[in-house]
Write a protein that binds this ligand. Structure first.
Ligand code: GLN
Length: 210
């Protein structure tokens, strides 16, 4: 009997619970990922927002860095905010540590200022049905400063890229779990997780031309 697809949510630190709730609303199987055994039984992973320095500390202390690296190089992964920073190639800003380099983008931590500068912007996304507006919640958000040639821009705000994808990786600088819509989670499942499952070519639908 075929096993149902299970989506993992990295739950070491940060805003993982609202991602879990979004997956529950969408009726998919999910599991909070806290141990190596959890990594072994999930088919895709969401890395939430939070604090990259703290997340790295937990990963190191729980001996999970290698499991994470292996996973994100092979399976569908969605990174939001701190999750995006962890997956990026180059990281600038305070306490700089480059990311895992699984998507060819450079980001700057806390580029929009401190907590008080957190805000909701009227962004635009194209998830394959044409561009439309989408509220984007930025919390001490990173800015995407460079996008590699093979990276597709799926969302923008104030003419800057805020959601991008390449291969098995979808990342965004905003918090989709706070947008009042499950559209981004649904897109990740439909476009990345399902395509990956059926081994179809992994080119995401949609995109805003660079
Ligand atoms: N400022 C955080 C960091 O640099 C990211 C903020 C977030 O995930 N909301 O890790």
């Amino acid at each position: 009997m075929a096993r149902t697809t299970t989506i993992g949510v990295l739950a070491l630190q940060g805003a993982f619970d609202l991602h879990r709730k979004a997956l529950a609303r969408l009726g998919v199987d999910y599991r909070l990922v806290k141990t190596a055994a959890d990594f072994a039984v999930v088919d895709a992973l969401i890395i939430p927002g939070g604090e990259t320095t703290t997340m790295r500390w937990f990963l190191k202390n729980e001996n999970l860095t290698d499991d994470l690296v292996r996973f994100v190089n092979e399976k569908p992964v969605m990174g939001t905010c701190a999750g995006m920073i962890l997956l990026a190639k180059k990281v600038a800003g305070d306490i700089v540590d480059d990311g895992l380099g699984v998507i060819d983008i450079d980001v700057r931590r806390n580029a929009y200022g401190r907590q008080v500068h957190s805000h909701t912007g009227e962004g635009r996304i194209d998830l394959g049905e044409g561009p439309r507006s989408f509220p984007m919640v930025f919390i001490r958000a990173p800015r995407i400063e460079r996008v590699g040639r093979d990276v597709q821009i799926l969302g923008t705000c104030d003419d800057e890229p805020t959601m991008v994808a390449a291969g098995n990786v979808l990342v965004m600088s905003f918090h989709p779990e706070l947008s009042g819509s499950d559209a981004v989670h649904e897109y990740f499942i439909q476009t990345f997780v399902k395509q990956f499952d059926s081994e179809l070519p992994r080119t995401p639908a949609g995109g805003i031309s660079q």
